[in-house]
Write a protein that binds this ligand. Structure first.
Ligand code: ARG
Length: 588
């Protein structure tokens, strides 16, 4: 256990039931106590059913023996045990144990959450937009999910290294640079652009124009090809131009990152170009090891594990016929670099699920090359698509990809309307600030709360709703607790563990107590929607509590304990939202 860690009640109950099993049935020692939340009591243990089979007796008998041993145990939080059904143990905890838990969590700056990822060096590859291209809805999920995982793992003690794998290298830049040189009148630097356009949208259009010129004008095509060669050869003037394009693009990405409130910084960018000089060596190593082999004039890796529809093993392209390197080669270099130089224990690629095969092949090759060893966890953190209202990949009415900035503007506008509708006493300035927090939070929450691997429909109206499992609902729940605490005079309170608990108080305490385990689980399975679901249940438990249990008008001792519950609820929600990367305003 790390400092400040408060062991959750369910863990304590598991420990007690496990000890009771060891005592009652020594031949089955160490068995899983199968403890879950229960509708009939605080928890239940379903262990007897599985154990009876192994012990060749009836479940009721096992349940009886275990409950007896459990009753005899000392220092457990369990107050009451009943056997129900074929052999379920219903377990009710002492009120004291629940109040102590509240007090202990309140006393901890991190709410008693442990640090199970302590010291684990974890690389998170996310966002990875392409230079000279507008960030679009396709980059939304990787940026938001990646940011959430960075926050969660960091909170759990991991040593997180953020990696923004910018698409900043390739032959297309030769063409673009030539076009810019041919058209000195073109504007694309951020300081010469008008409001509402960004360097990347300007460069995006210029690139399209360059493509058109390439197809229509053989003389331009000739110059463009020469420019590609110059860029690859490191020609100074060409490289300077390319750096300028990258810097202007990063300027535009930064605006989006800032608006989204993600943690990415310029220093996190190690794009494709960063690996360029490493590629020949990576290729050499794979060739010497016999992993990369000649095929049809190119150098490829044949998979040992995956065959394509034609029955042949699928391949990674290590070096093309023309001697060029591509996306595959660069990713072989990313994994070698992250293992060898960054010394990662865990490497996460937060990239859309259509690239599943690519990463499977990269990991396989890296294992064969001896880069990835058993002690290193490499994972493709895949996610589904964002769909439009018609259930097809999200596009504008004219069929273009949706620009991320416009998408965010739209969500903030809707959030503003929804808030203005519900809350009337806000000044214009407050409304603007809160609408931004709510609109951005709504987009992020909608994304994070759907199971990662599923597609979801981008439905702004639903996202900014005050009802249901939305970011706005959670933010609003948090502001309501803040308002109670303002009236109560927020101060350090001393919890009285001897008071009886109202059922709604009980449910709230049990919900809050599961926060740390939920966060730890998100760190293990990398699924942010579990945290969203937990916070939603917590907010609902708070609402039920507040309806059933008056806080401000309660008698002094009861009131104090209820204020403590409000404080812990507010802090847990705030901490949870912050791990999702969502603001928690105090008023809205
Ligand atoms: N730039 C790529 C894209 O837009 C994503 C890069 C993901 N990271 C990686 N190491 N391949 O699809």
């Amino acid at each position: 256990m790390t400092e400040h860690e408060v062991r959750s009640l369910i863990c304590q109950v598991e420990g007690a039931v496990r000890a009771a099993i060891d005592l009652a049935l020594p031949e089955l020692a160490g068995a899983d106590p199968v403890v879950r939340r229960s509708e009939h009591a605080d928890f239940q243990s379903n262990a007897a059913l599985a154990l009876a089979k192994r012990a060749r007796t009836r479940p009721a008998e096992v349940a009886g023996a275990v409950s007896e041993a459990l009753r005899a145990g000392t220092g457990t939080p369990v107050a009451e045990i009943t056997v129900s059904g074929p052999g379920f143990l219903n377990l009710t905890l002492t009120d004291v144990a629940l109040w102590r838990q509240v007090a202990a969590r309140l006393a901890s700056p991190r709410l008693g959450v442990g640090s199970p990822e302590q010291g684990r060096r974890t690389v998170v590859d996310y966002s990875g937009p392409n230079v000279a291209k507008e960030m679009h809805v396709g980059h939304l999920r990787t940026t938001i999910i990646g940011d959430c995982l960075v926050r969660v793992l960091g909170f759990l003690g991991a040593e997180v290294i953020r990696q923004n794998h910018l698409g900043d290298w390739g032959t297309q830049f030769g063409m673009l640079i030539q076009y810019l040189d041919d058209h000195p009148e073109a504007t694309w630097h951020h300081d010469e652009l008008t409001e509402g356009t960004s360097p990347v949208s300007a460069l995006d259009s210029l690139y399209r124009a360059a493509r058109a010129a390439f197809d229509a004008d053989p003389a331009f095509a000739e110059r463009a090809r020469a420019r590609v060669v110059a860029l690859q050869a490191g020609d100074e003037e060409t490289v300077t131009r390319w750096k300028e394009i990258v810097a202007e693009s990063e300027f535009a990405f930064r605006e989006i990152y800032h608006r989204l409130g993600v943690l990415l910084e310029p220093g996190d960018s190690d794009g494709e170009s960063f690996y360029n000089f490493l590629l020949p060596d990576v290729v050499d190593e794979l060739t010497t090891a016999g992993i990369a082999v000649e095929s049809d004039g190119a150098l490829v890796v044949f998979s040992d594990e995956v065959v394509g529809p034609d029955g042949n093993p699928v391949t990674l392209m290590v070096r093309k016929k023309d001697g060029g390197y591509g996306y595959d080669t660069t990713d072989l270099a990313t994994i070698r670099y992250r293992v060898r130089d960054l010394k990662a224990d865990r490497i996460l690629y937060v990239v859309d699920s259509r690239q599943a095969l690519h990463f499977r092949l990269i990991f396989e090759a890296a294992r064969r090359a001896g880069w990835l060893t058993d002690g290193i966890d490499a994972a493709h953190v895949a996610f589904g698509a964002v769909l439009g209202p018609d259930g097809r990949p999200f596009k504008t009415r004219s069929g273009d990809t949706v620009k991320l900035m416009e998408l965010l503007d739209g969500a903030v506008d809707r959030a503003r309307a929804a808030i203005a509708d519900k809350v009337h006493e806000l000044t214009d300035e407050e409304l603007t600030r809160i609408a931004e927090q709510a609109g951005i939070g709504a987009v992020k929450y909608a994304d994070l709360s759907t199971s990662r691997i599923k597609d979801y429909v981008f439905d702004v109206e639903r996202m900014v709703s005050f009802n249901g499992n939305t970011g706005v609902y959670l933010q609003y729940a948090h502001t309501r607790i803040c308002s109670i605490l303002r009236k109560a005079g927020d101060r350090i309170v001393e919890v009285d563990p001897m008071l009886p608990l109202h059922p709604a108080e009980r449910a709230l305490v049990l919900a809050m107590d599961a926060f740390g385990d939920t966060v730890a689980e998100v760190g293990r399975v990398l699924e942010p929607h579990r945290l969203c679901g937990h916070l939603y249940e917590l907010a609902k438990a708070f609402t039920d509590f507040y309806e059933a249990c008056p806080v401000l008008s309660a008698a002094e001792r009861v009131r104090t304990n209820r204020i403590a519950l409000c404080q812990l609820s507010a802090r847990t929600l705030r901490q949870g939202l912050s791990l999702l990367g969502i603001a928690a305003p105090e008023r809205m």
